[in-house]
Design a protein around this ligand. Structure first.
Ligand code: NAD
Length: 314
C-alpha cells in the first residue's frame, strides 16, 4: 500500500488556515485547495509586526486556488475574532474539519526594553487567536466526532530565544494548549498536534541569509501538516520540529529524581546531598501527563492510590 503524500486527499472537507495570505499559511492553503478541500483563507493582511490590515493578501491566495480549479473563500478577520472565521467556513461550506492555527506576528525586543503593547499584541494574536478559533470550531468537531487541529509553536518557545520573550511565552503556551485539547478531544476523534517550523518567510528573511533561506521553503512544512490533519492520522498531542526536510518529534524528559521524606529532614542541605539524583538523566523518564509525578509518589507510598488526576471527564 502506498502512503505517499500524493495519495492524501481532503475531498468534501473544509480546512481553515489562519494567516494564509503569505508564508506557511499560503503554502498550506494552496496544498489543501489542490487536494479537494474547501479552504477558508484567513488573513488580516497587516505587517509582520501586526500593524495595519487589508484584504489583498487573502484575496490573492483565493484567486490562486480558484485558478488551479480549487475551492476557496477569503476571510479578513483578525484571529482575535475567531468566531467570524469559523462562521465563514460554516456559511460558505456548511462544515469545518481542519483548523490550522498559523497566523502570527513578531514584536522582537529585549526584555529590558519591552513595552506592554509588545507583550499584549503577541499574546493576543498567537494565544488568544488560537483559542478563539479553536473554541468556535470545537462544538462542530464534537458534534461530528471529527476534527484536526494544528497549532504553530516555535523553537523560540521550546528553548527560549534572545529578544523574543513575548513570542517565546506565547509559542510555548500553544504547546500546553494543544496538549490539553488533545486530551479533551481524543474521545471525539479530535486530534490536536503542534509544530515548531523553520521556514523562509517575511518573518525570517531579515534574520537569515538568502542562501540559507533558499533551502528552507515553506513547502517543506506542508507534508507533515498534511499527514497530521488527514483522516488516516491517529496521532495526537505530539510536538514536532520541522523545516528544510528535517522532521523530528519532541517529548519531555525528566530525571528519575530523588525521593526525600516530606518532613523536617527535607532541608536545603538534604537536597544538596541528593543533587546528583535530582539532575542525573541516566534513568530518565518521559512523562506525558500530570498524573505521572503523582504515580511516583503513590509508588513510594507517599500518597494514597487512585488520585483522580486526569480521569475527570466533561
Ligand atoms: P508570515 O508573516 O509570512 O505569515 C503570517 C501570516 O499571518 C501573515 O500573512 C499575516 O498577515 C497573518 N496574520 C498576522 N496577524 C494576524 C491576525 N491577527 N489575524 C489573521 N492573520 C494574521 O510568517 P510565517 O513564517 O509564514 O509564519 C507562520 C506561523 O509560523 C506563525 O505563527 C509564526 O510565528 C510561525 N513560525 C514561523 C517560523 C519560520 O521560520 N517562518 C518559525 C517558527 C514559527
Amino acid at each position: 500500500m502506498s502512503t505517499g503524500i500524493q495519495d492524501l486527499r481532503y475531498d468534501g472537507q473544509t480546512v481553515v488556515v489562519t494567516g494564509a495570505g503569505g508564508g506557511l499559511g499560503r503554502a498550506y492553503a494552496i496544498f489543501f485547495g489542490s487536494r479537494g478541500a474547501n479552504v477558508v483563507v484567513n488573513d488580516l493582511g497587516g505587517s509582520f509586526k501586526g500593524e495595519g490590515k487589508g484584504s489583498g493578501a487573502a484575496d490573492k491566495v483565493v484567486d490562486e486556488i480558484r485558478a488551479a480549479g480549487g475551492k476557496a473563500v477569503a476571510n479578513y478577520d483578525s484571529v482575535d475574532n475567531g468566531e467570524n472565521i469559523i462562521k465563514t467556513a460554516i456559511d460558505s461550506f456548511g462544515r469545518i474539519d481542519v483548523l490550522i492555527n498559523n497566523a502570527g506576528i513578531l514584536r522582537d525586543i529585549s526584555f529590558k526594553n519591552m513595552k506592554q503593547q509588545d507583550w499584549d499584541l503577541i499574546m493576543t494574536v498567537h494565544v488568544r487567536g488560537a483559542y478563539k478559533c479553536a473554541r468556535a470550531a470545537w462544538p462542530y468537531f464534537r458534534k461530528q466526532k471529527y476534527g484536526r487541529v494544528i497549532s504553530t509553536a516555535s523553537a523560540a518557545g521550546l528553548f527560549g530565544s534572545f529578544g523574543q520573550c513575548n513570542y517565546s511565552a506565547a509559542k510555548l503556551a500553544l504547546v500546553g494548549f494543544t496538549e490539553t485539547l488533545a486530551k479533551e478531544g481524543y474521545k471525539y476523534n479530535i486530534l490536536c498536534n503542534v509544530i515548531a517550523p523553520i521556514a523562509a518567510s517575511r518573518m525570517t528573511e531579515t534574520v537569515m541569509p538568502p542562501d540559507v533561506l533558499a533551502n528552507l521553503g515553506p513547502e517543506w512544512i506542508v507534508p507533515l501538516v498534511s499527514v497530521l490533519t488527514h483522516k488516516s492520522n491517529t496521532v495526537t498531542g505530539s510536538i514536532y520540529e520541522v523545516g528544510g526536510g528535517h522532521i523530528a518529534k519532541l517529548r519531555w524528559e525528566r530525571s528519575k529524581g530523588a525521593l526525600l521524606k516530606p518532613d523536617d529532614t527535607l532541608t536545603p542541605g538534604a537536597i544538596a546531598l541528593k543533587w546528583n539524583e535530582v539532575t542525573n538523566y541516566k534513568e530518565a523518564e518521559h512523562p506525558d501527563g500530570p498524573a505521572n509525578a503523582m504515580e511516583i509518589l503513590e509508588a513510594a507510598g507517599a500518597l494514597p492510590p487512585n488520585n483522580p488526576g486526569e480521569k475527570l471527564d466533561f
